[in-house]
Design a protein around this ligand. Sequence first.
Ligand code: ATP
Length: 449
Amino acid sequence: MEKIVALCKRRGFVFASSEIYGGLGSTYDYGHYGVLLKTNVKNEWWRAMVQERDDIVALDSAILQHPRTWEASGHLAGFTDPMVDCRTCGQRFRADHLPDLQCPQKPSKPPGDGPNCDLTEARDFNLMFETTMGPVKDSGATVYLRPETAQGIFVNFKNVLQFSRKKPPFGIAQVGKSFRNEITPGNFVFRTREFEQMEMEFFVPPDEAPRWYDFWKGARYDWYVELGIREDHLRLREHDSDELSHYSSATADVEYLFPMGWSELEGIANRGDFDLKQHTEFSGQKLEYFDGQTGERYVPHVVEPAAGADRAMLAFLVDAYDEDEIGGEQRTVLKLHPRLAPVKVAVLPHLRKDGLPEAAQEIYAALRGRMQSEYDEGGSIGKRYRRQDEIGTPYCVTVDHQSREDGTVTLRDRDTLEQERVTIDGLAHDLAARLAREWRSPKGTGAQA
Ligand code: ATP
């Protein structure tokens, strides 16, 4: 993980937020390549959820919602983690994570096991961030930064049903920021206090819920595989009955083998009719489906795949990170799926003279409207290849003297290191076709663990 963090900082993917003031407890800022990569992750999610289906519609609800939302959802009363304080060092820890944490004074031991540890009893700590709406600081104006995007979907069920002309089974998808005052954030962007979620609520006739639960478990697992995650680093884990939330009849996690061990990437839950019924009770508005043809009226059940954009991005980065040797020189390379790679192609003049930069600029200008491209003329060609490998650029195009004679360039493949001569005329088309091809990690796949 240190290597990933160092690469992210070195190449401006992700850095600590408000760094000049010493950073702010586990919040992060995304730089150029980080923004491009995370945007690609979100776009792939939109593609799978909305573009390639005709039964899911998009939504973007507000981060600040009526406080009754969080009473109805149960977050106000129950969105808590157990917390302990250490009377010696003054630090707080998540009581259920103690074995995985380090005592600040004796890092080889978990909190509680160090010689001077003096832990309090566990207490419940609500993870919602509170703020005040409007100029009057009284209790009536207390609002919360949403701890999940899902509730914004449930409270809009009626609106969407009315305007989308959909009937169950149908889904509502949303991507956006969520906030949780995590007691022990950590592992870089894996657990932060401000993060992005990609959530979809799929509303189904009650008797179809088990079938759709199985469907979404499979579909979500496959999404990560199609985007190149190695299958021996990915698994679906069904929750034991004692892990289930009170409203959920079944939940499974897609887990990735991160450097710190198997950890949740995404949860798929069969939530029953809990959410719509709660909001009906608290709002007084009927949230149900009426089938005009059959005269049937029912509260749909909900199957929810809920993923984290930052966490998925981290998994793609960890899975892609590789170090190998070319001609006795070490190279760091991100073997990212071409569709996720922040930059698709770099155009490089072989030399900074003889009209090569101008010719390369012309090619760059023609490509950049089609795909995220970069132009680089600084340093030796080997150094420029390394620079692109490090950010995961799948293709480099080199313009040399021959290019001016026969209208061809060298196309270098990041993974195979093969170099071919291709025509400048067909380049954009050729690259688009290569980028659209099925891709599997050259780091090798294995059977599901
Ligand atoms: P965890 O058990 O890791 O706290 P959770 O089960 O509470 O996660 P959900 O409420 O199911 O998480 O949220 C759905 C997804 O949102 C998670 O699978 C994860 O990818 C992402 N997510 C949740 N909390 C965080 C966080 N603090 N930082 C980054 N991503 C998060």
